[in-house]
Design a protein around this ligand. Structure first.
Ligand SMILES: Cc1ncc(C[n+]2csc(CCOP(=O)(O)OP(=O)(O)O)c2C)c(N)n1
Ligand SMILES: [Mg+2]
Length: 352
């Protein structure tokens, strides 16, 4: 069992509590549900394809954590600069729910989001605001701070957004980033997705406290701690923090507690059972699945069941079509190998 009961202001049983949705809220929450389902089905398909060897490189799945990406993205604009790390599919798809470019990328095709050179852990989708993911844990956090600073210097409304895990919090550069953002008053939202694990190691084995927003408090940054499996709570808190960031041009920090349903990497859910997480905990968190919880909340609405069945079917069909299309795309040509790695067309034309 998790060895602690308190998640700074939240208690363990809060994660089992119902999500309250009334009729005027129904459309918004249904939209959230739709995006979460698209992300879940996309990742389930990736898991299956990785298992049978169709995908060559490792994939880090965020199933179980979708409510955070969907809640946060619902309050961002395409002009914001969003960065992530190794577990970034949900962040990418919540901004642009279109898996084709991701599929082409993990298949190494030239039509992929990074032209087939990056795979699952090097994604970019500039038109949606997704400004990059890299697998160096915490590596993109200072970049997000930089985009926030640049926005402020340009007098633009845009903000930086950095998604990172509880493990990333243990890298020195995160603390330097928090300090700089606070001292220079940089418009950035730090989003700590606390799924309690860094690879196979539980946070209790690594930290004196399971609560990471304490570091924001130390840097005098406004912070919130939320139930990351409740999309409505994530979206409402993100809305308040993001408006505050846009108005004051100061940073904010949101810590969302959650749990991943797959193992650290690839498709096996039990890869870390027996190392750090017990099947008992896994089952407990499965019952707190953010999709299940939101379905339950929406179930009272008269149109819900029919609407849901239709949407789930449409998404399934679309995803399979996107995968097949990506699979039939070409690999990069030899000339692309040179132009994208050894020098950049853009750099040669415009910058240097
Ligand atoms: C600088 C660096 N150190 C170590 C690793 C190996 N590594 C990959 S993922 C990971 C765990 C990260 O945990 P967390 O930030 O909580 O993200 P989660 O996997 O839980 O989403 C580690 C240690 C790495 N990729 N980069
Ligand atoms: Mg983690």
């Amino acid at each position: 069992m998790d060895k602690f009961e308190k998640y700074f202001g939240l208690v363990d049983s809060d994660f089992d509590s119902p999500i309250l949705v009334d009729n005027h809220d129904f459309e918004i929450q249904f939209k959230h549900l739709e995006t979460m389902i698209l992300i879940r089905f996309t990742e389930n398909l990736l898991a299956e394809k990785r298992k049978i060897g169709k995908i060559g490189g490792p994939i880090h799945l965020a199933a179980g954590q979708e409510a955070i990406a969907v809640g946060i993205s619902s309050v961002l604009t395409k002009k914001d600069y969003v960065f992530s790390a190794h577990r970034s599919h949900a962040h990418l798809l919540a901004l642009d729910p279109n898996p084709y470019g991701l599929f082409a990328e993990v298949l190494g095709r030239s039509t992929g989001l990074s032209k087939g050179f990056g795979g699952s852990m090097h994604l970019w989708n500039g038109k949606s605001g997704f400004s990059g993911s890299v697998p160096i844990v915490s590596g993109t956090i200072p970049l997000a701070v930089g985009t926030g600073l640049a926005s402020k210097l340009r007098g633009s409304e845009s903000i930086g957004v950095a998604y990172f895990g509880d493990g990333a919090m243990e890298e020195g550069v995160v603390h330097e980033s928090l300090n700089l953002a606070s001292k220079l008053e940089i418009p950035i939202l730090f989003v700590c997705e606390n799924n309690l694990f860094s690879s196979h190691l539980h946070i209790n084995e690594r930290q004196p406290s399971n609560f990471n927003a304490r570091f924001a408090i130390a840097h005098q940054i406004e912070s919130r701690v939320v139930d990351g499996n409740n999309v409505k709570s994530v979206a409402n808190n993100a809305q308040e923090l993001v408006s505050q960031i846009r108005n004051t041009r100061r940073p904010a920090f949101l810590e969302a507690f959650t749990y991943r349903l797959y193992g650290h990497v690839d498709w096996r859910e039990d890869i870390d059972v027996g190392v750090g997480r017990s099947s008992e905990d896994l089952n407990k968190w499965k019952s707190r699945d953010p999709i299940k919880r939101l379905k339950k909340a929406l179930d009272g609405n008269a149109e819900f069941v029919e609407k849901l069945a239709q949407i789930e079917q449409d998404i399934k069909i679309r995803i399979v079509q996107d995968w097949e299309k990506a699979e039939s795309d070409p690999f990069p040509s030899d000339s692309e190998l040179i132009s994208n790695v050894l020098f950049s067309d853009v750099r040669d034309q415009n910058v240097i």
